[in-house]
Design a protein around this ligand. Sequence first.
Ligand SMILES: [Fe+2]
Length: 216
Amino acid sequence: MAGPYTLPKLPYAYHALEPSISQEIMELHHSKHHQAYVTNLNKALAASTAALSEGKLHDSAAQLSAIRFNGGGHINHSLFWENLAPASSPDAQTQAAPQLLAAIEATWGGLETFQGHFGAALLGIQGSGWGWLVREASTGQLRIVTLANQEAVVAGGEIPILGVDMWEHAYYLLYKNDKASYVKNIWQVINWRMAEARFVGRREDAFRALKTQAAI
Ligand SMILES: [Fe+2]
């Protein structure tokens, strides 16, 4: 049995990312949106497993879309919360990621240039989706990828370093249609220490929060 999954606790208070991200957004985003992905993932997994146990592959297969969508929502958000930290925290300073910063410089020529490319990718997403900085496990190469809706950042061989949620629920209550300001201000609350840990770590370690839950 793969579930039930549970909503991970945030490593900071709902108001801790202000003024970049408001308390209202964080509270709704975590306790309502993310919780809904978890609840619906558990339901779909249970229905799929029950159908299989009755020999009904067709009914099990009918759940796959819900598992993919809600599972992706749970995975992406679990990674995302860890990517954020209060602006005053030492974790939110770029000095917390010396090896990653060196790799960003080697790849894009500098942090600001990378941020420009990453921001352009985020703002280029049509509709809802996510932008990620990932590392190719085999080559160590850094890449920017965008994924639509709740497609999970789980491509084999890719380690998610840093992700930004570009669904309207992530910014609209504070920024309205000004996505560019959300994309600019989120850099104030990026957890560089976590980004560094993922950059130097194994792929499985990036997903450790989910592993713990699966073992419950
Ligand atoms: Fe979200």
